[in-house]
Unconditional design. Sequence first.
Length: 245
Amino acid sequence: MFFFVYTLFVILRQRRLSEIQKDFINNMTHEFKTPIATIAISADVLKSPDVIRFPERLLNYATIIQNENNRLKQHVERVLQMARLDKEDVALKKETVSIHDIIEEAVRNISLPLQAVQGKIDLHLSAEGYHVSGDRLHLTNVLFNLIDNAIKYSRTSPSIHITTRNLNDQIVIDVEDNGIGISADQQKKVFHKFYRVPTGNVHDVKGFGIGLNYVKVIAMAHKGKISLVSEPGKGSTFTVMLPVV
């Protein structure tokens, strides 16, 4: 009986992994094809001899190419993040860094996608102790991923509130959005690798399902943790806690 149950468990697990892998490959293909196609079309326009007579049009298509190239770079970076986590190679280059500076840098990095959807971010950085021993690049990516999710999972113009406060010897970072929210049964799964909350069409929300898993791994590597409070239709609040210096 035990052998039968174990065999069934292995078969179901392998089937689930196969489905996850297939979904990931489909999403990745979709994510890469869109900017590549946009760049190709823009390049064809720029090759036209007449385009030089229209400086505004020239600048417009050059900007499109630049933005799509940045999207590709972000996709590649996320896949590389996943590969590094698979190898458990989270090599942190620790230094004393300001969480407030990192939040402001992440907000600057995502300003163009935010403007494209007419979103806004309000900062309330009230923590008096905001320096941690950490890896600036990874911590910036953590904040970027959380803000990026808040933008992607909003059905209206995103309104994001980022606050900091201190609790005991930690800094608490709350990223609150007005998005679609996450049901209780999905909240336990969102930090799993490749998992994406079902939203109808598999491609109506872009992503690979690795961002929140990355956030959790990096928070834990810094001896911190992440938690989630959410309700469908009422947005989500992701909370990252890190020990301060």
